[in-house]
Design a protein around this ligand. Sequence first.
Ligand code: CA
Length: 434
Amino acid sequence: MALTTIAWNMQSWLDVAPDSGFSIHNLPFGVFETRDRGLRAGIAIGDYIVDLAVLAERRLLSVPTDAPCNEGDLQRALNQPVLNDFIALGKPVTSAVRLRVQELLAASSHAAQAPDLWTHALVRQRDAEMRMPLRVPNYTDFYSSLHHAMNVGAMFRDPKNPLLPNWRHLPVAYHGRASSIVVSGTPIRRPCGQIKREADAAPIFGPTRALDFELEVAFAIGKASQLGRPITTSEAEDYIFGLVLFNDWSARDIQKWEYQPLGPFLGKNFGSTISPWIVTLEALEPFRVPTPSQEPKPLPYLRFAGDTSFDVHLEVDITTPNGATMTVCRSNFKHMYWNMCQQLAHHTVNGCNVEVGDLMASGTLSGPTPESYGSMLELTWNGRNPICLPDGSTRTFIEDGDTVTLRGWAERDGVRVGFGEARTTILPAWCTEA
Ligand code: CA
């Protein structure tokens, strides 16, 4: 479903650095505020934010004539503290807004000649605070990277037979906690919980000693579905508004003791970090790639047509409290075994409904090579091979004061579409070991 035709040579009259992920081809949506502007919707371009509330106020945005809403609805939706109402207006409206902004920013646009407009409609990103772009009603975390599932299975079960019997038949997932999803820049406190250090010892209460990141990408639901009515793989993309980077923070020692028989709980729900800009599916259109081959052939409801995976380069940096930084992981979203259409079809095949703003995360996106492993658990092989950082310190897991930054971008023929970053600094635990 291509809503846009890519004009590869399109440039903006605004100065956008060639390595900026926020090119005129991207134009992702976010929510920002400044000292004198309340929370509102914006679109990123280069080092700037286009204030969509200002464009709507000046009647520079319009809704398609056949849309079930009017310009007043659009104006109100762009002046909200989250994007849910805007997204709920539907793709014909949100796509029209994005394309209109692209038109206004294009080098060929007469809008460049309206300095008074842009004094009001452009905000420097450094002068703005990015906020949580969505109210997230529900959050689901998949487990869809074959390499991650194999690594974890090899570490904790059987290196010769690492996958559980269901893994190649369905996209495994659990229902996560939506309330603790935070936007990039929000610190997260090291969690405390029950930990069983030795097999034959009693559990103790204390701060996790195995705090880990998980490199993931999440898609945001753009259209509600009806309870009782499954979404098919061919309909799925109509329900996907866009994508963000997602760090599923994990406390491995808490997780290890609590997870049987019902799965992740307090080892996961203390915090997840997303990037502030939602990159639309339309912007990712030029970066479609085939999904890796699936064996055995999935059941009919999980079959799909076309290229429904996306080539998005992903990286993770660790920065120590004294400022030493190292990229510890380089991976790609295209490695995901089960694609987003299959995830959504599986999620709803029993009649479960989705809501606007729901986030569905991919699961840790490990690639085939050791430098592409998407968690410390895998990078250090459960702590056996510590990572040496440039300041001489070592890490098996994440320490207090460390900052973990996820980055992602797609690039082809000089066109770059970036996600920005999802950055989190870890604060010390409130408890001590009892
Ligand atoms: Ca996860």
